[in-house]
Structures are given as structure tokens and as C-alpha cells.
Ligand binder design. Structure first.
Ligand code: C2E
Ligand code: SIN
Ligand code: SIN
Ligand code: SIN
Ligand code: FE
Ligand code: FE
Length: 396
């Protein structure tokens, strides 16, 4: 009965001949080399392993040492999966640094305890029947175990993995170690870039003595508005990363103007307006997507829908949507915060202004989304509020 279950799920297949094997390896190697998203590399790796050894399932697990967990991503659209780093046969293989090879998970005695809290328990939840199982750990360039390949159920007549399969999967594993290491590194580099960009944004703010979380809130509001307008997650994320730099040009504005307690003279305000052009010029020459986006935001966040903004006085949809979004995010936060020159406004008064300025200062459609998304926006405001504690800590 067990055998039937496996063979009816998927038809019986043959092992690859050498030519097919080469094709699979070259096809996947090319795809993997071009892929920069870690989760996608994981899934491609798993697919490659599955095709190479003609298994029904294949998963590439990565060790997350900070959490003592193994994690993987098995399909687009699904969340990552996580298990304790000692769970199941995969946990055994990575903690004992041993490749494991099992013909039938249900009769195996040697690894019974690991199977019971791993594959067999999963089977119970899913109704799947695990028979043949193979787990091969792989290492990073320092020789540290970084994860494991797991293959389940051989789709050929014999239903057993062979020594050859073990060799192939070991080969795939050594390649996985290298590729995943560089994908992890790319992730790290991107995280570092985001961090640097965020800090740059804070520099613009700290010069003007604005409280710490302003850039964080503007980033969150921008993201919420972008999503509410129907922008993709990727593009919204891009705007979220770039929007903290909207005032980076303030680094070049003299302290006497930037931190003047009272109202600016016309001349001082003219000077202040330059922060848009200065920011744009600082950022516009970069080829990096994030910095280009930031350049647009810096340039256009003080333009107004009715054409009475600055620096260029452009109007309506001539203003980039990123500028129209950050205008609302920025003013909402500026009004709700105390500045050297003004007290914080209460929420009713702020909402009143957005109603009045709908179609004047602000894009009416973005204002509508702002009101629709108000609960989420207020939630973010709460979450990133400037606490009194933080303020006093800053003073010390
Ligand atoms: P900010 O203080 O962060 O304000 C950002 C934007 O929020 C302002 O852009 C304005 O559109 C809106 N906003 C802020 N406070 C008020 C307010 O009390 N009433 C109204 N109706 N809108 C407000 P804006 O006006 O282009 O100013 C850009 C930046 O210039 C301000 O950033 C601030 O750094 C500086 N600034 C503007 N006015 C003054 C002022 O009277 N004194 C000082 N010291 N700085 C000013
Ligand atoms: C994770 O947390 O998603 C795994 C570890 C990593 O990406 O470095
Ligand atoms: C394992 O059994 O090796 C861990 C994966 C699972 O829970 O199925
Ligand atoms: C700020 O957002 O802190 C300043 C307002 C602006 O010039 O955009
Ligand atoms: Fe500004
Ligand atoms: Fe700002």
C-alpha cells in the first residue's frame, strides 16, 4: 500500500543520462548565477537537486545561528519555514555533521527518534508518505556547516537513492555552499547600504534638531501611502528606503537659519528652500536605484499640486508620485511634531488642514488614500513616537 501511494502520486521516472544531467546542471547554474534574491537561490537549488536525482521533493535548509533554527523557502508566495536546528533528520545531520541515507523512514530504527520529530510527524499532518530520505550537510568557505540538502522519495522504479545520487547531491551541495554564501553576503551588503542611507537621512534631520524618529515615521507613512495607492511591494519598499533622505540638503543650510526659534524672514526662507536642490544635486549622479529615487524625493517633496510649491513650481502629475507621497508624509509628521519655531498641532487640526489642502497643496488621490489608511498611519505614529525617555537620554 505504501508503495502504491508513492507511485500513484507521480509516475515512475528514469534516472537522467549523462547528457540530461549536464543540461540540468548548466541550466540551473546559469539561473542561480543571475539570481540575487536569497530565497530564490534556495528554491532554484532545491529544484536543481530534485531534478538531478529524480526525487519527489527536495529542500535546501539554511542554519540561522542567531536563532538556533533551520529555515527554508519551498515555494513562491509561501512564507519561509523554520524548525529548531536540532529537529528531525536535517537537525541531526547538521548538528552531527553527517550525511544520512535512509531507505524507508517507517521501518528505520537507527534514526527513529529524529524521524519521529521530523519527517514522520510532518507526514501525519500532511498525509504524505516519506519512504527514501537523504540529507547532506554543506559548508561555507570557512568550513563551517551552513545548511543541508534534504531529498525525499525517489521516483524511479526501485524507490531507493543510490550511491550515485549521494554523489550528485554532494556535488550540488558544494555548489550550494558557495552560491548561498555569496547570496547571503549580497543580502548583508544590501542591508548595510540601507543602513547607511538611513543614517544619511538622519544627518539631515539632526542638524535641524528634529527628534530622532522623524525619518523613520516619514518612511513608514510613505510606504503605507504607496501600498494604498496600489504600488507593488517592491516599489513601496524602495520609496520607504529612499524617503528618509528627503531633507538631506539641510546639511548645507546654516545653523542660524535652520534652528532659528522664530519665523523665517523671506530671505531666510529662500535660503531654506535650497535644501531641495542641494539634496537633489548630492544624489542625482548615483547609478543606484535607491539613491536615484531619493534624488527625486529630495527635489520634489515641497512641490505643490496647485503649482505654488518650490523649487520649480511644477504642478499636478508633473510632480513625480514619489514627491506627492512624501509631501503628505512629511507635512503630516512636521505638523504633529514640535519644532524650534512651532508647537505640535493636535490631530483634528492636522486632518482639517489635509481636507482644506486636498487638491491645493496635495494630490487629492493621495489625500484620499491618507484618510483611508489613517488607522495604519496612526499606528505607525504610535510605534515610532519620540519617547520622553529617549529625549532625556539624548541630552545626557
Ligand atoms: P519642517 O518644519 O519639517 O516642515 C515641513 C513642512 O511641513 C513645511 O514645509 C510645511 O509645508 C509644513 N509645515 C510645518 N509647520 C507648519 C505650520 O506651522 N503650518 C503649516 N501650514 N505648515 C507647516 P515648508 O514650509 O516648505 O518648510 C520647510 C522647512 O523650512 C521646514 O521643515 C523648516 O525646517 C523650515 N521652516 C519653515 N518655516 C520656518 C520658520 O518659520 N522658522 C524656522 N526656524 N524654520 C522654518
Ligand atoms: C534568516 O533570518 O532569514 C536567515 C539568516 C540570514 O538570512 O542570514
Ligand atoms: C526532517 O525531518 O529532517 C526535518 C524536516 C521535517 O520536519 O519534515
Ligand atoms: C522635515 O521634514 O524635517 C523638514 C521639512 C522639510 O523641509 O521637508
Ligand atoms: Fe524638506
Ligand atoms: Fe522632513
Amino acid at each position: 500500500m505504501d508503495n502504491d501511494q508513492i507511485t500513484t502520486r507521480s509516475q515512475i521516472k528514469n534516472d537522467l543520462d549523462p547528457q540530461e544531467m549536464l543540461r540540468v546542471i548548466f541550466d540551473y547554474a546559469a539561473k542561480i548565477a543571475n539570481e540575487r534574491v536569497l530565497e530564490n537561490v534556495l528554491m532554484l537549488m532545491a529544484d536543481m537537486g530534485r531534478e538531478m536525482i529524480v526525487s519527489d521533493r527536495c529542500t535546501v535548509w539554511l542554519l540561522d545561528k542567531s536563532k538556533n533554527e533551520l529555515w527554508s523557502k519551498v515555494a513562491h508566495g509561501l512564507d519561509e519555514i523554520r524548525i529548531p536546528s536540532t529537529a528531525g533528520l536535517v537537525g541531526y545531520a547538521v548538528t552531527h555533521d553527517k550525511a544520512v541515507f535512509i531507505d524507508d523512514a517507517y521501518t528505520n530504527e537507527q534514526y527513529k527518534t529524529y524521524l519521529l520529530n521530523g519527517a514522520l510527524r510532518t507526514d501525519q499532518q500532511t498525509g504524505y508518505r516519506t519512504k527514501a530520505l537523504m540529507v547532506i550537510p554543506f559548508r561555507d568557505s570557512q568550513g563551517e556547516i551552513m545548511g543541508a540538502y534534504q531529498a525525499i522519495n525517489k521516483l524511479t522504479e526501485c524507490q531507493q537513492f543510490s550511491d550515485k545520487d549521494m554523489e550528485y547531491l554532494t556535488l550540488a551541495s558544494s555548489y550550494a555552499g558557495k552560491s548561498l554564501e555569496s547570496a547571503l553576503l549580497t543580502n548583508e551588503i544590501e542591508a548595510t547600504q540601507k543602513e547607511i542611507i538611513f543614517r544619511m537621512g538622519e544627518i539631515g534631520e539632526s542638524r535641524s534638531k528634529e527628534t530622532g524618529n522623524h525619518v523613520k515615521r516619514v518612511a513608514e507613512y510613505s510606504y503605507i501611502l504607496a501600498r494604498g495607492l496600489g504600488m507593488s511591494m517592491e516599489e513601496s519598499e524602495l520609496l520607504k528606503i529612499a524617503s528618509p533622505m528627503h531633507d538631506i540638503g539641510k546639511v548645507a543650510i546654516p545653523d542660524s537659519v535652520l534652528n532659528k526659534p522664530g519665523k523665517l524672514t523671506d530671505e531666510e526662507f529662500k535660503l531654506m528652500q535650497n535644501h531641495t536642490v542641494i539634496g537633489y544635486n548630492l544624489l542625482k549622479n548615483s547609478n543606484r536605484h535607491i539613491l536615484k529615487t531619493a534624488a527625486v524625493v529630495a527635489y520634489e517633496h515641497h512641490e505643490k499640486w496647485n503649482g505654488r510649491g518650490y523649487p520649480r513650481g511644477i504642478k499636478g502629475e508633473d510632480i513625480h508620485i514619489y514627491g506627492r507621497i512624501t509631501a503628505i508624509a512629511d507635512v503630516f509628521d512636521a505638523l504633529g511634531s514640535e519644532r524650534v519655531y512651532k508647537k505640535a498641532w493636535d490631530l483634528d487640526r492636522i486632518l482639517q488642514l489635509f481636507t482644506e489642502e486636498r487638491g491645493e497643496h496635495f494630490d487629492p488621490q493621495v489625500v484620499d488614500v491618507f484618510f483611508e489608511q489613517l488607522p495604519a498611519i496612526l499606528h505607525a505614529r504610535e510605534q515610532y513616537a519620540d519617547s520622553a525617555l529617549e529625549d532625556s537620554a539624548d541630552v545626557q
